[in-house]
Ligand binder design. Structure first.
Ligand SMILES: *[C@@H]1O[C@H](CO)[C@@H](O)[C@H](O)[C@H]1NC(C)=O
Ligand SMILES: *[C@@H]1O[C@H](CO)[C@@H](O)[C@H](O)[C@H]1NC(C)=O
Ligand SMILES: *[C@@H]1O[C@H](CO)[C@@H](O)[C@H](O)[C@H]1NC(C)=O
Ligand SMILES: *[C@@H]1O[C@H](CO)[C@@H](O)[C@H](O)[C@H]1NC(C)=O
Ligand SMILES: *[C@@H]1O[C@H](CO)[C@@H](O)[C@H](O)[C@H]1NC(C)=O
Ligand SMILES: *[C@@H]1O[C@H](CO)[C@@H](O)[C@H](O)[C@H]1NC(C)=O
Ligand SMILES: *[C@@H]1O[C@H](CO)[C@@H](O)[C@H](O)[C@H]1NC(C)=O
Ligand SMILES: *[C@@H]1O[C@H](CO)[C@@H](O)[C@H](O)[C@H]1NC(C)=O
Length: 485
């Protein structure tokens, strides 16, 4: 006989096993046909290959010297890039920097490990490390009208009035306009400052195939298109030529410290507001891995249209209480697309407050955050500015998950996100809201709903984790790839 306590444990774990609900994530659909975004396209090379090995030999190795080490490290990065790319390795030791470093295409900056190689900074006017040189915007071609009445999220095909000027492999923006009618219908009328009529909401995509007037994309849409009553006008497909896209850039295996600390300093302080790592707009297929960051206020930012960036195994140590007189800082703020944030943590001062992981303005999906953890009581996963779409928060353990209408907050951010999914997460407070004409999901969400907030989002298996344990991995497997980072 088993003693009763063992029996009880046995029964509990058995019932969890038996009753874990299986989510039919492939066929989950709203009445209008909107499906879950396919998040598995996020990450370095769409998560189809692992990141380059950490053990590739270095092409140049530096030892710490006295005084400002930025010029020496920058020269090494430039010379490795000029001779065709490779790895610059910083041996164990402390490297003082008085200005930011820029890493070019095909080049990696690697340390000897956390706590071994340490970059120290006194003044945060510059981002400490920038991945890729900031380039100018895309060159837009002539737009062509999309003729469908409704294109649900999760669809890969649209119909156009004239397909003749498009080619397979071409990059395009699927775009729709913001109208006053849409703003009114979304209940954002008093808060139009950041999302005025005429704004275009873009979804950058690659054309996979063309058949007559039907154009299909490699990645399904993460936001819907609705032509009824011209509530979204125009709805169009615009070809574009991207600017130079820096790629294959890495920063890995080191610590960075700001002293005196900028952690918690009121926003707007010009010597405290830059990031530890900035991924420039249009930088693609690059990574940020194994970093330990201390004394920063904002940690990692990605620019608009940066794509397929993996940010993994980052510890952010907030060592100062937050002066929130000017709002909260952001730990990881993404503006790009196909970003994978993986196994990142915010630790340190319990009275520090920040947005842990956030999308920014019109951030196009798919983007995914897997396994984010935070110690701080108000630390949150919260899309921040207006109308991002296709954001996955999976397996996180945080105080709050907020997928919602921020209304007047942030001087009028309004609706922050559509087609966002909190999946198998554990939080102390959920605020999950459905936009009128859209939806946000909480699937297998464990932890209480915030009783002071409206929770009219789509909850499935609330209070109990679901199968499959990882939506991201399941969707990647459906595409024929195993998740390897
Ligand atoms: C850098 O090192 C790698 C590995 O040894 C090598 O394959 C590559 O050619 C080197 N790059 C340059 C520019 O020498
Ligand atoms: C650094 O790189 C080595 C491989 O060279 C790896 O084993 C180690 O886990 C890495 N981690 C950190 C945190 O630096
Ligand atoms: C910005 O913050 C730093 C670090 O606390 C402080 O030394 C500096 O005085 C602040 N600057 C301003 C303009 O407040
Ligand atoms: C992640 O970073 C920690 C140190 O913070 C290190 O011990 C560990 O090896 C890293 N993990 C991987 C997979 O590199
Ligand atoms: C969720 O987190 C709480 C607080 O840390 C913990 O007590 C609980 O066991 C967790 N629940 C699950 C299902 O992991
Ligand atoms: C859900 O609640 C939010 C916040 O109150 C509200 O703005 C929105 O209109 C509601 N959604 C629906 C579909 O009623
Ligand atoms: C499309 O927009 C119209 C408003 O013109 C609205 O009534 C309808 O519900 C919307 N359709 C969907 C599926 O959201
Ligand atoms: C996206 O994910 C779904 C569900 O896993 C899968 O059936 C589909 O093939 C994926 N779509 C693409 C374009 O690969």
């Amino acid at each position: 006989m088993f003693p009763p306590i063992v029996l009880l444990f046995f029964t509990l774990s058995l019932s969890t096993l038996i009753f874990a609900e299986t989510i039919d994530y492939k066929n989950l659909k709203t009445p209008a046909g909107d499906k879950l975004p396919n998040f598995s396209f996020a990450g370095y090379h769409q998560s189809e290959i692992p990141l380059p090995a950490l053990t590739t030999p270095a092409n140049k190795t530096l030892s710490p010297g006295s005084g400002d080490q930025a010029p020496v490290i920058q020269a090494a990065l430039d010379s490795v890039k000029d001779s065709g790319g490779g790895v610059v390795e910083l041996k164990a030791g402390t490297y003082a920097l008085s200005s930011g470093l820029l890493i070019h295409s095909q080049t990696t900056l690697r340390g000897a490990g956390i706590g071994k190689t340490v970059l120290t900074v006194k003044n945060l006017e510059d981002n400490v490390v920038t991945l890729g040189k900031q380039t100018n915007g895309a060159k837009r071609g002539d737009s062509v009208k999309i003729t469908d009445t409704y294109v649900p999220a999760g669809t890969s095909t649209v119909h156009v009035s004239d397909a003749s000027r498009f080619k397979v492999g071409q990059e395009v923006f699927i775009e729709r306009g913001v109208t006053q009618m849409w703003i009114d219908e979304m209940g954002m009328t008093p808060h139009t400052k950041w999302l005025p009529p005429g704004t275009l909401v873009p979804q950058p995509r690659l054309i996979a195939s063309i058949s007559g007037k039907a154009i299909s994309f490699t990645i399904p849409l993460t936001d819907s298109l609705n032509a009824t009553n011209s509530i979204m006008t125009p709805i169009q497909l615009t070809p574009y030529v991207p600017p130079t896209q820096p790629s294959e850039i890495g920063i890995e295996n080191l610590s960075m410290r700001v002293s005196p600390s900028c952690s918690g300093i009121a926003l707007g302080n010009t010597t405290c507001s830059a990031s530890a790592v900035r991924v420039s707009s249009w930088t693609s297929d690059s990574w940020v891995r194994n970093l330990d960051l201390t004394g920063f206020n904002n940690h990692i930012t990605t620019g608009q249209y940066s794509a397929r960036i993996t940010i993994t195994n980052i510890t952010m140590n907030r060592n100062g209480a937050t002066d929130n007189s000017a709002g909260y800082a952001l730990d990881i703020a993404i503006d790009g697309t196909q970003t994978l944030i993986h196994n990142c943590k915010t630790l340190g001062a319990k009275d520090a407050k920040s947005f842990g992981v956030a999308t920014q303005s019109l951030t196009p999906g798919p983007n995914a955050c897997i396994g984010y953890e935070a110690q701080q009581a108000v630390e949150s996963v919260e899309p921040h500015q207006r109308w991002a779409h296709g954001f996955l928060n999976e397996g996180s353990k945080v105080a709050a998950v907020l997928l919602r209408n921020r209304g007047a907050a942030g001087s009028g951010h309004g609706w922050t996100v559509n087609n966002a999914v909190s999946y198998n997460t554990n939080a102390s407070a959920y605020t999950i809201q459905n936009p009128p004409l859209g939806q946000n999901y909480c699937i297998g969400c464990v932890g209480p709903k915030d009783s002071k907030q409206v929770n009219n989002g789509t909850f499935l298996s609330y209070g109990k984790f679901v199968d499959p344990p990882s939506l991201f991995e399941a969707q990647l497997k459906d595409r024929g790839f195993d998740f390897k980072i």
